[in-house]
Ligand binder design. Sequence first.
Ligand SMILES: C=CCOC(=O)Nc1nc2cc3[nH]c(NC)nc3cc2c(=O)[nH]1
Ligand SMILES: [Zn+2]
Length: 374
Amino acid sequence: MTPITYELIKTCKQTGARLGKVHTPHGSFDTPMFMPVGTLATVKTMSPEELKEMEARIILSNTYHLWLRPGEDIIKEAGGLHRFMNWDRPILTDSGGFQVFSLSKIREIQEEGVHFRNHISGEKLFLSPEKAMQIQNALGSDIMMAFDECPPYPASFDYMKSSVERTSRWAERCLEAHQNPTTQGLFGIIQGGEYEELRKQSAKDLASLDLPGYAIGGLSVGEPKDIMNRMLEYTTPLMPSTKPRYLMGVGSPDSLIDGSIRGIDMFDCVLPTRIARNGTCMTSTGRLVVRNAKYARDFSPIDENCDCHVCKNYTRAYIRHLIKSKETFGFRLTTYHNLHFLLKLMEQVRTAISEDRLGDFKEAFFEQYGLNQP
Ligand SMILES: C=CCOC(=O)Nc1nc2cc3[nH]c(NC)nc3cc2c(=O)[nH]1
Ligand SMILES: [Zn+2]
C-alpha cells in the first residue's frame, strides 16, 4: 500500500487553488494546510493536547536536530517519534539543518554527502542521502524529505546546475536506501534557485521517480519576494497534479494565501512560534507587538475577532506583563494564539476554495490585515 495518497476534491474556479486531502498511516488532513514546526520533538511550549485543541493535523520535526540530540537510536527504542512525543497524528521530518548546510561556511559538499560541523559542539559531522534516510526511518515519520542541497541565495547558474543534478542523484539514492517504503512516504525537493530552466530540470528528474509527494525547496532563503513569487508561479505547474505540493519554510499569512492560490497544498514555518516568544502576535488587523508599553493598561484581547481560549480569557495587559517578566506562561499564550490564527486562516482558505471565492477572500484579508494590494 502506498503510505501517502492525495485526494483532489476540487479546484477553485476563481484561482488555481485546490481543495484536497492527504492520507497517511497516522490519519488524514485537509489541504491547503499549515504544519506547526516542532524542531526538537516539541512544538515549543505547546502540549500535544493543545495542538489537537487548535486542530493541528500534522506537525514537522527535524532530522538533523534529533540525530544530534537525543539521537535517533533512543527515539527508535521508544517506539518511534510518535510514541516518544505522544503525537499520534502525521509527522513530517525535514532536515532542519538547511541553515547548517547552506548558510554555514564550514561545510564541504561532495558527491558522497556533506561534511560540516555540529552547530553546538563544533565536532565534525557527515550526512549523506543514506544516513538521512536511516535517521528518518528510525524516527518513523510519515513523510520524509529527500536529502538535498539547498544552495544559499544568490548562486550562479553553473553552481546551481551542478547542485540540481547532484540533488537528483541524491534523491535516487534516498529511494534506494528507503527501508520502510510501505509505512513512510518520501517527498522529493525541487531545487534550481531563480533559474526556470533548472527548476524545470529538477522537477522532471524528481517526477521520474514517481514519489508520493513533492516540495519546492530553495525558497524563503533570503531571496527577494518577487523572485520567490516568480519561481513559485513557474514551478508549481511543473509539479505532478496528482501529488501533494509542499512549499518549504513559508508561513506568513499573505504567503500562505498566495501560495494556496498558486496550487500549493502544504506549508511550514517557524514564524508563528518564533515571533510569539518575543511577544509579537498575528491578528486579523496585522501584527501586534503586545510587549509594547502602549498595551500596559489595555484590557482587551489580543484579537477581538479570534475565538481561541487565549483571546477569550486573557488580556493584552496581562500577556504583556508575562512577556516582559519572561514568564513561560506568556510565551505559551502568544504561541497558542499565533498557531490557532494560522490554522484558522487555512480553514478559511479551504472554505473559500470550496465556495470558489479565494480571490475575494484574499482581497478582504489583505485589506483588513493592512497589506496594500499588489
Ligand atoms: C533530510 C533532509 C531533508 O532536507 C530538507 O529538509 N531540505 C530542505 N529544507 C529546506 C528548509 C527551508 N526553510 C526555508 N525557509 C525558512 N526554506 C527552506 C528550503 C529548504 C530546502 O530547499 N531543502
Ligand atoms: Zn486568539
